[in-house]
Structure formats: C-alpha cells, structure tokens
Design a protein around this ligand. Structure first.
Ligand SMILES: Nc1nc2c(c(=O)[nH]1)N[C@@H](CN(C=O)c1ccc(C(=O)N[C@@H](CCC(=O)O)C(=O)O)cc1)CN2
Length: 288
C-alpha cells in the first residue's frame, strides 16, 4: 500500500486563507502589512523564490517591495539598505534572500535586521528566543514542517525524531521545535557513521541534507513519517528531494512529496510571520 501523502500545497492554502482574513482585518484598521525582500546578485533560483514570495503577498492583499541589488554590492551598502528598511513605518517584515554573494558575511547582515521585523526568524536574538521557548518569529521552513504535522494529525510527543542535516535555517531549529513538543531528538549529518542505524530508529524522519534521493529504503523504519526538506535536480534535471520517493513509498506511513510538500509551507509561514509582525506593530501603537 502507498504511503499517505502530506500535501503542502493544500495545507499551505488553508493557512494562507486564514492569513488573508487577518490581512483584511488589519486593512480595515488602516494598516496594510508590508514585506521587503532584499535580493543581491543573479542567482536564478533565488530570483524565482523571491518572485513567488511577492506573488504570494499580493494574492492575499499584502504590500511587498523588492530591493534588487547588484552582485558587486558591498556589505556596507547592503547594511545601509537594511537600516533604511528597519526605520520604515510601512514595512513590517524584512527578509534577505539567501545565499548572499561570497564577499558578504551573512551573519552580520542578518544580525542587522530589526528583530521586530525579522520574519525569517534567522537573527541571533530570534534564534535565542526560540531556544528559550519565548515568543518570536520561527524560521519558516521548520515552522512549516510543524504545521504539516499538526494539520496531518501526527502526534509528536514521545516520538523519536531523527534529523538528517544540521543547517542553521532548517536542521538545528527543526530539532528544537520538535523537542519543545516532547519528541526525543537525534541529530545526524554528513559525518555520522552508519547513518541507517540511526535513521532506522526514527518514528519521524526529517531530511534536510541537500543530496538528491539520498535516503533509500534501507534508512527507513516501517510506518515512519518521512518529511523531505530537500530541493535538488536529478539526472534528468527534474526537481526531486533528498528522499528516494519511489523506494520509500509504501514503507513510510506518511511522506511529503517534492515538489508540493515542505516548499509551499516555507512561503506560507513567511506570510504568517509578516502578518503577525504587522499585528504586533498595531498592538504596540494602541498601547502608546
Ligand atoms: N531568506 C531566506 N532564504 C532562503 C530560504 C528562506 O526561508 N529564507 N529558504 C530557501 C529557499 N526558499 C525560500 O526562500 C524556498 C524554496 C522552495 C520553495 C518552494 O515552494 N518549492 C516548491 C518547488 C518550486 C519549484 O518548482 O522550483 C515545492 O517544493 O513545491 C519555496 C521557498 C533558501 N533561501
């Protein structure tokens, strides 16, 4: 029997509909949520993601602005742009599309974004708050995975979650969010010896290692929930995940497809965070 598909497009749309209602309520109160997207250089994939983010904002009535900078932009020029956006009343969320060109230090740039507008949840203050379980913007991809699990009725408490990958934007925060929901979490990565001995123990297997079709049937326990965060091109230039879907299908109880699984949730949670930032702003104005 095939595994149940966790459909990120459908779940994402349901969440976007409720975000759209929140946007409409804010507009009635004279505030249009605004997102600034900063794109540096000519990375084609980044340009596509940014376009999709802008279209998604417009579809739910939010304002979005693209700040497109040349590849040779200096770090100082980029930081100056962010300071301008930090001070703008009409901009509630700021995101700098990653990766940045090599001559720019990502950590410095991200740390410059006002934490109240850090809708990617990447700044050191946002990450620290997340670690402490305090209210903050959660990074969109792991936040989206948590929503996929919630909407699919998958219990996390007491489950063994194995994360494959330890990036700052997915693997590390993913484990933290699952831990907060009482999962037992194991982190694995490219230097983990005998990976299948770990992944085979997973009730919940989250894969974000960035290698096409890397996870095969030998890695997966019967009945596991498999979440594929990967986004790669296969030998035929076709979009594929980090999981070999056809091998794992039927072994996993549930699985996310690529495309149409985690990807759409990343943009959905960006919209969610931006509307939250605008609501926070309105609430702070009312208090004054
Ligand atoms: N500042 C950020 N930079 C990057 C992030 C991020 O969250 N913030 N994440 C990734 C890229 N990304 C968003 O920026 C992203 C990747 C993929 C998708 C998506 O919807 N994928 C679709 C397939 C799209 C296609 O056909 O090419 C899917 O999986 O169905 C959305 C967002 C790195 N940079």
């Amino acid at each position: 029997m095939s595994s149940a598909i966790i459909n990120g497009k459908e779940i994402g749309q349901e969440i976007r509909n409720s975000v759209a209602e929140r946007v409409a309520r804010l507009k009635e109160q004279g505030l249009t949520p605004g997102l600034a997207v900063v794109l540096v250089g000519d990375n084609q994939a980044s340009a596509t993601y940014v376009r999709n983010k802008q279209k998604s904002c417009e579809a739910i009535g939010m304002y979005s602005e693209l700040i497109k900078l040349a590849e040779e932009t200096t770090q100082e020029e980029l930081l100056a742009q962010i300071e301008l956006l930090n001070n703008r009343e009409d901009i509630h969320g700021i995101l700098v599309q990653l990766p940045l060109p090599k001559h720019i230090d990502e950590d410095t740039v991200i740390a410059t974004i006002d934490v109240e507008k850090d809708v990617d949840g990447f700044s050191p203050v946002s990450v620290g708050k997340m670690m402490l379980g305090q209210e903050t913007f959660l990074p969109c991809t792991p936040f989206g995975v948590m929503k996929l699990l919630e909407y699919s009725g998958i219990d996390i408490s007491g489950k063994h979650a194995v994360i494959v990958g330890r990036s700052h934007i997915v693997g590390k925060p993913m484990g933290q969010l699952l831990l907060q929901k009482d999962a037992t979490v194991t982190y694995t990565h490219s230097r983990t010896p005998d990976l299948p001995s770990f992944t085979k123990q997973a009730d919940l297997l989250i894969v974000a290692i960035g290698r096409a079709k890397f996870i095969t049937k030998e890695h997966v326990k019967e009945g596991a929930v498999v979440i594929d965060v990967g986004m790669n091109r296969d030998e035929n230039n076709k979009l594929c995940g980090d999981v070999n879907y056809s091998e794992v299908d039927g072994i996993a109880s549930h699985i996310t497809p690529v495309p149409g699984g985690v990807g759409p949730m990343t943009i959905t949670m960006l919209l969610f965070n931006t509307v939250q930032a605008a609501e926070n702003k309105l609430a702070s104005k009312v208090k004054q």
